[in-house]
Design a protein. Sequence first.
Length: 456
Amino acid sequence: MDVLIVGAGPTGLTLGIDLARRGVDALVVERAEGLFPGSRGKGIQPRTQEVFDDLGVLDAIRAAGGLYPARMMWKDGERLGEQPMFEPVEADEGAPYTEPLMVAQWRTQEVLYARLVEVGGRVDFEREVTGLEQDAEGVSVRFADGRTVRARYVVAADGGRSAVRRAVGVGMAGETVDPSPFLVADVRVKGLDREYWHTFPGADGTGVALCPLAGTDVFQLGGKLAEGTEIDLSLDGIRGLVAAYTHLDAEDVTELHWASEFRPRTGLADRFRVGRVFLAGDAAHVHSPAGGQGLNTSVQDAYNLGWKLGAVLRDGAEESLLDTYEEERRPNAAAMLGLSTGVHRGDVQRGKATVQLGLGYPQSSLSEERRTTPTGVRAGDRAPDGTVDGVRLFDAFRGPGWTLLGATAPVAGVHALPAAPESYGPGVFLVRPDGYVGWAGESAEGLKAYLGRFVG
């Protein structure tokens, strides 16, 4: 096979979808017996919504969740008033999605899994990786059941404790963001409305919050406890915690669906590529959950790597193109780790800084800016939405190909429109398959040579 993807979380499923639509023979394997059952990563940022639009799942994602409610602060059983969760970001033609969506992670994964199957991909569950060896032609991956699979490339999307990362000897440096123990759980609660994200701060910096999970009838319980506290994740333990911090009785917590404890930390893998093995998602970077950056950064990893693997495996691109995955994604992940930590510590406001619409690759070796005095959109920037001759750009970008704005395509397989919107500024713009401007010039001169790096 072409690509073995280890891990059926949002990263692995997104990559599986992208490779399947490119005709790449890929298999997703997952050590668990099914998809992840909890709500952990529930924020879908606007940039990820654009990715999901391209992958054909945005409508299903919207139907599976909803918008975030305001926060309601409580003290001694009394409401103190509501606070907005996010600094507002105004929508415009270039950025039609500006509000984060709340979708429980298990629902996001159900949507992605259904799409993967629809486009011809598959997941093999209960397949635990125990080791691998690679050579000049491919990678042999061993499983706990004794079987071995051979693939040209392997992608580790198997989480923060990645077995694949350990197998290739890549270290992960990081820091503890907060020494306090935290927990998250999905619970059924009575006696609490679903209009607000209910927050119950303690006097010592601890506290709990109960967030109504959009698209479900359960709440996500989040808690920060005092250092040294032993967390009890049983139903009785969760009931005791809710009774201690809120005006609710223990019996008002009627069901416990899933629970987990953690210590907020950051981690960044020393490398994102070792030969024919790539690290993506939590296997490459671990975030504090504050600010909703982890899952979204992970989806961006998959989206960046997918088109590059497709170009090498199906379009005749040089294998060296795959080096740009680490070149582009590792600095991006490092920046998002700093952002997540800033949100956790209260130094950064959720809003314009966290929607990920400003991310790009201006310093990448794939970003070629040929205009002498560029204005507006530049090579490496995210390609904004807009309309040209009645065609919406996001409709034109949808699919696995390249889009050229302002000139006739110099090679087959590139979708061309006669101009770019005024918001782009003057010039000719080539938009990569992942929605970033790869090349910009005053004319199409030199464009064919640039495209030759990706299309054989």
